[in-house]
Design a protein around this ligand. Sequence first.
Ligand code: HEM
Length: 415
Amino acid sequence: MATMPADRIPDSTLALLRAGYRFIGERCDRYGSDIFQARILLAPTICLRGRPAAMLFYDNERFQRRDAMPLRVQRTLTGRGGVQGLDGTEHSNRKAMIMSIMTPTAIRQLGQLFDEEWRARIPAWEAAGPVTLYDELGRLLTRVVCGWAGVPLATSEVDRRAVELHAMIEAPALVGPRHWRGLLARRRAERWIAGVIGRTRLGRHPAPAGSALAVIAEHRDTRGELLPRRIAAVELLNVLRPVVAIDQYIAFAALALHDHPAWGQRVRDDDAATEHFVQEVRRYYPFFPMAAARVRRSFDWQGHHFPRGRRVLLDLYGTNHHPTLWPQPELFRPERFAGRRGDPFDLIPQGGGDHWTGHRCAGEWITIDLMRRAVTNLTTTMRYDVPVQNLALDLHRMPALPPVGLTLANIRRTA
Ligand code: HEM
């Protein structure tokens, strides 16, 4: 049996929080190995990166998700009892529910709402002076996704709900008051959505057929029962929250347009170029650093032993920057996607493998569609300046957005 390289320090959790997105990749480079072990959160953990590792990680026979996600992530970002922590038939049943919402028609409707809202907001941005793209889009996407999902949202409520959804997204890697804000935000959001589910089931708030609210409120589990209201709320938030989180990718896309102005012209004229640009934004910029699972039953792989119950982390960011998959990975080069064949295990910012049978992100197509539309809106519907500001990405910080969320100034409509 091969010896697995190991971090020598008693616990690497602090090192992970300090190194952020580069934690696994730096150690893989140092050990000359895409697999190593470390103690994280006081427990032995196997860390992996690369395409073969992703193929292994998404093998449902070898890994399970039950008890894999750290509690601080469940209590803020994902909620407890949702699809992310399920296995086997329970997972298939719940995932089929969520995937049934992702029809081409529904995705197009969401995109059209997004375009309409974006265009409707431009006069307000023109009048407002400098705007922070991340905050503006947080509110815009909150309105859009609630309208699309069938969730009632008064205009006076938009700001509060957008702040709550952002707090849940930002909290997992934070400590102190900003983490507690995420805990509180999750409690409030679950109460809000559980109320909406309850009223829908009683017929007091009829949900449009096929909407996320209707599908989740009416869904029956493997025993033929409705989901408990809190679990249904967790699942509906699994749709609302990540749609709002696309604002981070859109802010990164705007940053990339600023840093690579020639691409502004190329994406204006060419749908294929827009597609390549969006894929490179998803590959290049940091979002979720890693995914977690536990070994279902012991096995050996590439001469290394994986004992039952061991937590395993797959480096999503590191795989998207792996030099054997992506020549010169630290360069932003959308043209690398020209003629590239899709592969479920190399570009994995939203997880790898299959959308239905595995844990790959249910909202990947929505994400790509809204990013494409955002890039088109940024380059065709308006002009703007990017005033001097700190635009540095901080890979030690999760999420790694530029500190002020990207300020745009002097926004004006194009003719
Ligand atoms: C903002 C961009 C997004 C990113 C970076 C992202 C990333 C991810 C990642 C890394 C996973 C976990 C993969 C794994 O556990 O192996 C995931 C799962 C998931 N995502 Fe996303 N996501 C995004 C947008 C969305 C959207 C728009 C939706 C829904 C509309 C969505 C719904 C989900 C769900 C339901 C899961 C759990 C799937 C399962 O466990 O089977 N995500 N996402």
